[in-house]
Design a binder for this molecule. Sequence first.
Ligand code: HEL
Length: 403
Amino acid sequence: MPHVHVTHLASKSAVLGTVVLSLLAVPAHAAPTGSLPKPDLTALHGALRTAVAQGAPGAMARIDDHGSVRWAVAGVADRKSGRAISNADRFRIGSVTKTFSTVVLMQLAKEGKLNLDASVDRYLPGLLPDRRITVRQVLSHRSGLYDYTNDMFAKTVSGFEAVRTKVFTLRQLVDRSLKHTRTNAPGAAYSYSNTNFVVAGLLIEKLTGHSVKTAYENRIIKPLKLRDTLYVHPGKKIPGRHAKGYLTPDKAGAPLVDATEQTVSWAQSAGAVISSTRDLNTFLSALLGGRLTAPSQLKQMERMTPVNSTQAYGLGLRRRDLSCGVSVYGHTGTVQGFYTYAFASKDGRRSLTSLATTSNNDGVYNTMLGTLESAFCGKKAKVRRSAAVVEHSEDAAARAVRD
Ligand code: HEL
């Protein structure tokens, strides 16, 4: 299949972005983004082109900054048709879903329906064998619950094919985790695990009496008018205009696997949301701008456990410390065929979402970190080599702890 590389770079005023942001108040505690370096669009475009050169069929990014919109694209949305990728394309956001699940739970906490420091057992009796595990530990990956996806995807392509059309209940996924020894005592250590956000999904269902889909729709998607954000589980297709995702096999040189269609039932509330660069920027701007949760709730999400020298994890929220000293908040996502970075400045007034349409490709993953540097550190910033290496090793380290 010919690899058509179409590139485009643009900077323009966007009416929607201007309208949305002008309606929103900036909370007093947020540092102004006026002092941030100007985004470097040439470097942003360069990162996307490098990702394509490293094997991603397509890559794109969108920056929303005080009401103006900038974007860049490289490569194709579909290798068969050769259609150029566009920021209008929907895609699978993987673990950025964890921030959606957390927002729902923080709203429930504010409504007095959930105590973050209560035992999960209080709401889901008998689900977990250790009654000491609290909701806060779950949302900060400090529960010690083993990540069942470690063995599920030990072999990348066959692991994926074995589950791509499967439909799991959330409890079945928790049961898979519980077959393994826990990684640490409750609260004792940070150890990233999808299991935590499957438990979060069960909590959402229990406390709202509805599916996670309904909770996302009622509490986030409809209020923010997110037109591209969908939860279609167990549907396999991405509805509407979308980019296709191509999984990189473990075997060097083997052809990419079109992984676009799958139930994502293995992830659900830990990773099955579909969205777009515009919607994720709107979501993060609203969250960091204090418009999705009460200020005290946001503050708790932003209370971080260090992960390594450049990263920390709050409640369903990552912090990344960039080379220019700017810290940004959001989440990353890896779902077969799609790498997502979605981050915003502390006050939410500048946000960046970038996507590469491949996964299981470390080079592309690290290159896409450069989109954050370009968006928030501007021209003089360079991705520190050490930062990129540390960045990539987070999950390897976490997995080593888990295994
Ligand atoms: S992993 C992460 C990322 N999170 C976690 C979650 C998500 N995604 C997954 O758990 C998918 C794991 C398999 C992905 C697959 C690939 O690259 O498509 N890899 C393999 O099968 C390797 N054998 C911590 C990176 C996050 O950034 O939070 O999303």
